[in-house]
Design a protein around this ligand. Structure first.
Ligand code: IVH
Length: 694
């Protein structure tokens, strides 16, 4: 490959600078970033690489030569007595990043393998904005943003509204004290703020907008000219260092370590993150990095990594600075939780209850540790609010195990032909009318079990462990059976034969036989499982149990009027209406009849008010393994007889049923004198045979 032309490289650098200037302006001055941080970092790194490869490209106006953003003319400019530095970022998000920092430090300090480990302070890297708080004679006199590191903006009027920031310090502090730290917004405060903003927008209040992320919202609040607005946007603060310091009080010994400094700041009333640790060497740093990464999603605020600082202040002095970054500190990042990608299309998925969900199909993007190709848009209103169009560039967020979501559209990159999304008025799977009831956010397919998408979900629901339980009948098999037209309705499952099954993909005869025997076994079920398995909207496992108990037979349940349904414990109008409309559809009644005809069966009994519940008022505890009954079967039998099954033994326990390897519960029963039964005893108890031990 020939070397690139000088002119081409210069053009490339100019283009990168233009983009970086634009994004820095959006981010710092307008508080409205258009791209996620990682994209900015990538552009910045490309320019840095280009400039170091071709040093003649360097120019004083390059974004690589200055840190931060411009100062708004409306704010007073403040000169920092001690410059506000930035920290070098270790972009290697693996543990090796921590090792590399420790090795650099050891080398700089000329330590060899026999020298002791370096002590570090490990802190969180807060995702907010840096702030310098100036106290004179213990009184807060000025709060300034970092700006370009040398000059910041005076935002005292807004910072005074932050409750966590002391306005007055205890006596005995240095005459002049600058505390440095991070102003940020908690995630719950951020969500509540955005909710209020959405409310204002829907009321037509002009000039209001929602915020992209907590940092963006915090920056916006701090840089309000009107502190009344700032006061309505709750901010928080963490202290992490010092700036200017003069007039040291006599009784106080100067700080020797960073940790001691933080402890003192805490003592003076500044919030210091409780996660802050003093650690030893690379191992200590790695442990901290791993631990914080695991806790990241449970923290009430955003962090984008951790910061390591050499603890000993004299070593910090010895290590010094490279340009504007101290050698004694480094930021070790975590993988980004936000990324940018293209919307290739917007699909509509149909759920078990017919709910239509718009889902953005994305160009694959690595975010939050996984490759994401889909992001839910929840419903029509949400899709419209975010105005996501096909062909748009969007910011995608994935934090922890939360499902990926589209945060916002990068408007700057919208193409003129980006297609507006409208919710289809018919089900994309079966073509039935899609309806959106008043007051509901979702459209639903009206096709019920005629709709293949709903049918698949219905099979899966019916076959799950807590319902009728057909072992081995999972999503993949159901997809094949439905797509090939082999099964249409639930009863078709029980008509499956070996010939049909072995024709399916990756289905050996042995697996097919297993499925057939699982189907056979599933025929003996219970009434609550059967009712739950039908998949009636709003009828969960507990409600199904309650219906079975109340009505005793399926026919009584199916024939119940709305009033009768409403008389069942915990059943309200939504559930009652849903049951009525389910059985009002004749094909649902047919399905039930056919399932019975196929041999699906359960024990029925008299309705609850006519039942003599032999164990009502009794509490039973199960422990150990019973010879034939599973724990779940024993529990069901006991509950059907009216007993309550509890997890621990107490004075109130009526019986303990113990199998093999029964542990402390058995010991406790014996010590409390609670009657202990084996499986035979349990079966007799349920049948009403008097146990002579009671
Ligand atoms: S120390 C000399 N500690 O990261 C070191 N900074 O480029 C000065 N930040 O915008 C900074 N958490 O606001 C330090 N625990 C922490 C931090 C932290 C977040 C921010 C800081 C600045 C950037 C450093």
């Amino acid at each position: 490959m020939s070397a690139p032309l000088k002119a081409d490289v210069a053009l490339q650098a100019a283009d990168l600078r233009r983009q970086l200037h634009h994004h820095a302006h959006c981010y710092y001055t307008l508080d409205a970033p258009e791209v996620p941080d990682v994209e900015y970092d990538r552009l910045f790194k490309s320019l840095q690489d280009l400039e170091s490869l071709h040093p003649y490209l360097k120019s004083p106006d390059s974004p690589t030569q200055r840190v931060g953003g411009a100062v708004l003319p409306e704010f007073q400019s403040v000169r920092h007595q001690v410059p506000m530095l930035s920290i070098r970022t270790e972009t290697d998000t693996e543990s090796s990043g921590a090792k590399a920092f420790d090795s650099r430090i050891r080398k700089e300090l000329s330590l060899d393998e026999n020298s002791p480990e370096v002590i570090y302070v490990a802190e969180l890297k807060f995702d907010g904005l840096a702030m310098s708080l100036r106290y004179e004679k213990g009184v807060l006199v000025q709060a300034a943003t970092r700006g370009d590191g040398e000059y910041g903006e005076d935002v005292t009027h807004n910072v005074r509204t932050i409750g966590q920031i002391p306005l007055q310090l205890p006596s005995g502090v240095p005459d002049t004290l600058e505390v440095r730290g991070e102003v940020y917004m908690r995630r719950d405060d951020f969500d509540a703020l955005n909710e209020r903003q959405r409310q204002k927008i829907s009321e037509g209040v002009r000039g209001e907008k929602t915020f992209v992320n907590p940092r963006n919202a915090a920056a916006g609040a701090v840089r309000q000219l009107d502190s009344n607005i700032a006061a309505q946007r709750p901010l928080s603060f963490f202290a992490y260092g010092l700036g200017d310091i003069q007039g040291w009080p006599e009784h106080l010994k100067p700080f020797e370590s960073h940790y001691e400094l933080l402890q003192t700041l805490k003592h003076w009333g500044f919030p210091v993150a409780e996660q802050t640790r003093c650690v030893q060497g690379a191992e200590g740093l790695i442990q901290f990095h791993v631990q914080v990464a695991a806790e990241r999603d449970t923290l009430p605020f955003d962090i984008d990594g951790v910061v390591y600082k050499v603890n000993d202040l004299s070593l910090q002095v010895q290590l010094g600075f490279v340009t504007r970054e101290p050698r004694w500190a480094v930021a070790h990042k975590f993988p980004a939780q936000e990324e940018m990608t293209l919307v290739l299309g917007i699909d509509v998925q149909v759920g078990r209850t017919g709910k239509l969900t718009p889902v953005a199909k994305l160009a694959p993007v690595f975010v939050g540790g996984v490759t994401v190709t889909n992001a839910t848009l929840h419903n029509e209103d949400e899709a419209r609010r975010k105005d996501v169009r096909i062909g748009d560039t969007v910011i995608v967020r994935r934090a922890g195990d939360v499902i990926p979501e589209v945060v916002s559209v990068v408007m700057d990159k919208r193409l003129p032909d980006a297609t507006v999304f409208t919710m289809p008025k018919i089900c994309p799977v079966c073509g039935s009318t899609a309806l959106r009831d008043e007051g509901e956010a979702d459209y639903r397919c009206s096709g019920g079990l005629f709709c293949p998408a709903q049918r698949k979900q219905a099979f899966l629901h019916f076959a799950q462990r807590r319902a009728v339980e057909v072992d081995g009948l999972g999503q993949k098999l159901i997809d094949q059976l439905v797509d090939a037209g082999i099964v249409h309705t639930l009863p078709d499952l029980y008509k499956l034969g070996l010939t049909a099954l072995v024709q399916l993909d990756r289905m050996a005869e042995k697996s097919a036989l297993n499925i057939l025997s699982a189907l056979e076994a599933s025929k003996s079920t219970t009434l609550p499982r059967f009712i739950y398995g039908l998949g009636i909207r709003h009828v969960g496992e507990a409600t199904a149990k309650e219906f079975a108990r109340h009505f005793g037979t399926l026919d009584a349940f199916m024939g119940a009027t709305e009033e009768e349904l409403l008389s069942v414990a915990d059943v309200g109008p939504v559930v009652a209406k849903s049951v009525i409309s389910f059985f009002a559809q004749s094909h649902h009644q047919e399905i039930v009849e056919q399932l019975r005809a196929c041999g699906v069966n359960w024990a029925e009994g008299p309705p609850a008010d006519k039942q003599v519940q032999i164990l009502s008022g009794k509490t039973v505890v199960l422990t150990g393994t019973l010879p034939t009954l599973s724990r779940e079967q024993a529990k069901e039998m006991l509950e059907a007889a009216g007993a309550k099954v509890a997890g621990s033994v107490s004075q109130k326990t009526s019986y303990v049923v113990a199998g093999t390897e029964a542990g402390s519960k058995l010991d406790k029963a014996v010590s409390l004198g609670v009657p202990v039964l084996d499986e035979t005893g349990l079966l007799q108890l349920i049948k009403g045979v008097q146990d002579d031990r009671t």
